[in-house]
Design a protein around this ligand. Structure first.
Ligand code: C2E
Ligand code: MG
Ligand code: MG
Ligand code: MG
Length: 293
């Protein structure tokens, strides 16, 4: 009987694997169509300078308007796109669209700079044509390369290959900045961090969650901040949901933060009114959410 149960469990396991594989195949073919039919679009989440509440940048986050399943978040299709290679096209569309959008916003506010940070996948940047395309996209959009920042995860940054190092340096030479996303969640080697041409550390949301309630998280955030300061790098805290977190980050010396407390990722049109306001007042701690404009 035990053997029979074991077999049944194995079959169930196989069925699940099969269903999951089928789902991925389906996502892949739908995604191919989505790229042609312009179903992908970009939302933007404001990045707020903590000392005065001003929006100094935005992060571009891709979404998929699926004809049958509605809006699909990137967590449900980026890994499939990475596995099947479609990430190269997805990534190119996101980069083009967000640079075009940045140019539009920049025209609206002469004398001020806004930064655009864009997530890029390892496979996308390892594509031999990547740097050439990036140069072309910057030229077409006519934006200052220093207003663009590419977000890479720690894994890529820390992979010790010469190729990665060379590539990152080429990107830096274009004038584009590099940020390490989800910092602190994977393996970081301090010596590699020192040698890497990344100017920005994005402190992962998981540490911000426990800020002020979990002494361990507070200690981690404060060490990342002092490490960044000592290495001359900038910091952006991710996933700030509460006023106390924003206030504490400010006291701890973090420069910029993003999170639902300030604003969720929103459509491009909704960013415009935020550009001329402060999204929070550090002294009173009041958040002025998008809904209040
Ligand atoms: P990420 O780059 O670390 O982006 C932060 C994620 O946290 C976003 O989820 C954002 O909507 C969410 N978030 C922001 N503030 C808060 C908060 O206060 N609380 C909570 N709970 N969540 C918050 P999203 O948009 O679903 O993106 C998930 C991941 O998908 C991103 O993580 C990034 O790794 C990837 N991704 C998104 N767009 C792209 C893209 O264009 N290309 C690539 N390669 N990856 C992308
Ligand atoms: Mg990111
Ligand atoms: Mg992140
Ligand atoms: Mg992430």
């Amino acid at each position: 009987a035990a053997k029979g149960r074991g077999r049944a469990r194995l079959e169930q396991f196989n069925d699940e694997l099969h269903a999951r594989a089928q789902k991925r195949v389906q996502i892949e073919s739908d995604l191919r169509a989505a790229l042609r039919a312009s179903q992908l679009f970009v939302e933007y989440q404001p990045q707020v300078r903590l000392k005065d509440g001003r929006v100094v940048g935005v992060e571009a986050l891709v979404r998929w308007r699926h004809p049958r399943h509605g809006i699909i978040p990137p967590g449900d299709f980026i890994s499939v796109a990475e596995d099947c290679g479609l990430i190269i096209k997805v990534g190119r569309q996101v980069l083009q669209e967000s640079c075009r959008q940045l140019a539009e916003w920049t025209k609206l506010m002469p004398g001020r700079t806004l930064a655009m940070t864009v997530n890029v996948s390892p496979r996308q940047i390892m594509e031999p044509a990547f740097v050439g395309e990036l140069r072309q996209i910057l030229a077409d959009a006519n934006i200052d390369p220093a207003t663009l920042c590419l977000e890479l995860t720690e894994n890529v940054m820390m992979s010790a290959t010469e190729e990665v190092a060379r590539l990152l340096n080429e990107i830096r030479q274009l004038g584009v900045f590099i940020a390490i996303d989800d910092f602190g969640t994977e393996h970081s080697s301090l010596s590699r961090l020192r040698d890497m041409p990344a100017e920005v550390l994005k402190i992962d949301r998981s540490f911000i969650d426990g800020l002020s309630s979990e002494p361990g998280d507070t200690a981690i955030v404060s060490s990342i901040l002092s490490l960044a300061y000592a290495m001359g790098k900038h910091t952006i805290a991710e996933g700030v949901e509460k006023r106390e977190q924003a206030a504490m980050l400010l006291r701890m010396g973090c420069e910029v933060a993003q999170g639902y407390f300030f604003s969720r990722p929103v459509a491009a049109e909704q960013i415009v009114p935020m550009l001329s306001k402060a999204l929070w007042q550090p002294d009173t701690g009041r958040a002025l959410h998008a809904a209040h404009f």
